[in-house]
Design a protein around this ligand. Structure first.
Ligand SMILES: CC(C)(COP(=O)(O)OP(=O)(O)OC[C@H]1O[C@@H](n2cnc3c(N)ncnc32)[C@H](O)[C@@H]1OP(=O)(O)O)[C@@H](O)C(=O)NCCC(=O)NCCS
Length: 332
């Protein structure tokens, strides 16, 4: 609720994925991988890859335009813009500022949130809390990733797992009480950053010739270790957010999980005791699009009629940092 008593709702979602779809079978031969290995270990069958010249900000703009159109709003109606990305156009300035410029928006508050694959939920919490202050009318919360630009295309252990895309949500106020973004729980544990990180390009190691020769300017991941902790962390935080809102897993109508690995989603369903049919899964077509994964899944769940008015929706994600996050949304 806002200071004036209104709820903050997700009034529309828009998405964009690049034109080029790359199936597992179409991955470069030098990777020495197979469709069977990728699909059986991860559930991924294909991913979308953006071309040179189409950056995270460009995909964000296309997703935002779609969301604005669905909400019957113009860029001028937005006064807060938050972008979640771990594959920004530049280390600085923020991708949000580039999106603000490309959308031709007014001089609004625009900034990035960096929480890797949990980024969309982090951004949702930040934007909805800022709107609750009463200082903003409508916000755009965007997850946009050009993961293909940070992947090492020589490393079959990581490059087959990710894809590009963007999803944008318009947040607005509603006078209906007790709906929209009810609560968010954001968590982090920075004791083992090397589980998922990019060694070079920051202050520790410049992205110079030596770093490039070491391929240190690309994403590195310990997938096995992340897999071990991801399920428990997401299940615990989901349980916590439900408990503090007087709910249990039985009250959840639909779960929109971060799409990193279908086996992680299966294990989460089992651990939480939520029927697997309540989990929306589209990793088969998009792979892991990091910050864009939740809005891409939420949009499809809505289009397929999986979410109805009055439903309790759980958004749940984990990612580099480590970060993990859960949001409880009551759909209007
Ligand atoms: C990455 C992941 C799919 C690997 O699955 P896994 O069952 O743990 O597989 P392993 O790492 O044990 O690899 C098994 C073998 O397959 C090989 N392999 C790795 N990638 C391969 C590929 N694309 N194609 C074929 N073989 C591959 C490995 O080299 C290894 O071979 P070895 O046993 O000879 O050393 C899985 O650990 C995972 O999804 N982890 C979570 C990652 C994640 O979600 N990250 C994003 C966080 S938001």
């Amino acid at each position: 609720m806002t200071a004036s008593g209104a709820s903050i709702i997700i009034s529309s979602i828009g998405t964009y994925t690049p034109e080029r779809c790359v199936t597992n079978a179409q991955l470069p031969a030098h990777l020495e991988t197979t469709d069977e290995w990728i699909s059986s270990r991860t559930g991924i069958h294909q991913r979308y890859i953006a071309p040179d010249g189409q950056e995270a900000s460009d995909m964000a703009v296309l997703a935002a335009r779609s969301a604005l159109q669905k909400a019957h709003l113009q860029p001028a109606d937005i006064d807060l813009l938050v972008v979640a990305t771990m594959s920004p156009d530049y280390p600085f300035p923020s991708t949000a500022c580039l999106v603000q410029g490309k959308l031709g928006m007014r001089t609004v508050a625009a900034f990035d949130v960096h929480a890797a694959c949990s980024g969309f939920i982090y951004a949702l919490e930040v934007a909805s809390r800022m709107m609750q202050s009463g200082a903003y009318r409508n916000a755009l919360v965007i997850g946009a990733e050009k993961m293909s630009s940070v992947l090492d295309w020589e490393d079959r252990g990581t490059c087959v797992l990710f894809g590009d895309g963007a999803g944008a949500a318009v947040l607005s106020k509603s006078s209906t009480l007790g709906v929209g973004v009810i609560d968010c729980l954001l968590c982090s544990d920075g004791m083992r950053p090397e589980l998922l990180y990019c060694p070079a390009g920051g202050s520790v190691q410049r992205a110079d010739a030596e770093a490039i020769a070491q391929r240190a300017n690309f994403l590195k991941m310990n997938g096995k270790e992340i897999f071990k902790v991801a399920v428990r962390l997401m299940a615990d935080s989901a349980e916590q957010i439900l408990a503090r809102n007087g709910l249990t897993f039985a009250d959840v109508d639909c779960v929109i999980p971060h799409q990193a690995n279908v086996r992680i989603i299966d294990s989460l369903a089992k651990q939480a005791g939520i029927p697997r049919e309540k989990f929306f899964v589209n990793i088969d077509r998009y792979a892991n699009t990091s910050g864009a994964s939740i809005p891409l899944a939420l949009n499809e769940a809505l289009e397929q009629g999986r979410i109805k008015s009055g439903n309790n929706i759980l958004l749940v994600a984990f990612g580099g940092g480590l970060t993990w996050a859960t949001s409880l949304v009551k759909w209007l």
